[in-house]
Design a protein around this ligand. Structure first.
Ligand SMILES: [Zn+2]
Length: 165
């Protein structure tokens, strides 16, 4: 079986008018395709579900992924399904979605649903689900967060309160 990556993303407490805006959802999917660096083959297709559990559903097929978003404006929720043959930058995807839908950082959850032959240890940074490969301050963190904290440590201007001690 070829390697694949699959993210299920839930967002809630979302009152953004973009949840029910055709053009905003079209643009959203194009941006995600850009972030994942893939070529659009079909879509975006945006439909208003109209009846039943009302809201919008939009989908996009690229040369290495599919992306689908379902929105539920009545309950201020959205779910996003992102399936790819290429590795995904979870932090970048989460940041973009958080900004675009004006979410609180604690109102979005990414779940990695791809089959992982070797279960890995997840980064302990809130909201981060990348593989933990290092330890910083006693916490297991991914290499991105390790670099982030190390860079902060190396910037002396952050330690002005120590000067003159
Ligand atoms: Zn991390």
């Amino acid at each position: 079986m070829s390697k694949r990556y699959h993210l299920s993303i839930d967002a809630w407490n979302c009152s953004s008018p973009r949840l029910k805006d055709n053009y905003a959802l079209d643009w959203f999917l194009r941006q995600v395709a850009g972030i994942t660096n893939t070529k659009i083959l079909n879509g975006p297709t945006v439909v208003n579900r109209g009846s039943g559990i009302t809201g919008m559903t939009a989908s996009l097929i690229t040369d290495s992924s599919h992306i689908i978003i379902h929105t539920f404006p009545n309950s201020n929720e959205a779910t996003i399904d992102l399936y790819s043959y290429e590795d995904l930058n979870h932090n970048e995807i989460r940041e973009f979605i958080t900004k675009y839908f004006d979410l609180d950082i604690n109102s979005i959850k990414l779940v990695n649903v791809a089959n992982e032959p070797d279960q890995f240890i997840q980064c302990e940074e809130p909201g981060c689900i990348r593989k933990a490969t290092k330890v910083w301050g006693g916490r297991k963190v991914c290499s991105d967060h390790y670099d982030y904290y190390r860079d902060q440590e190396l910037r002396p201007e952050l330690y002005d309160d120590d000067i003159g001690a």
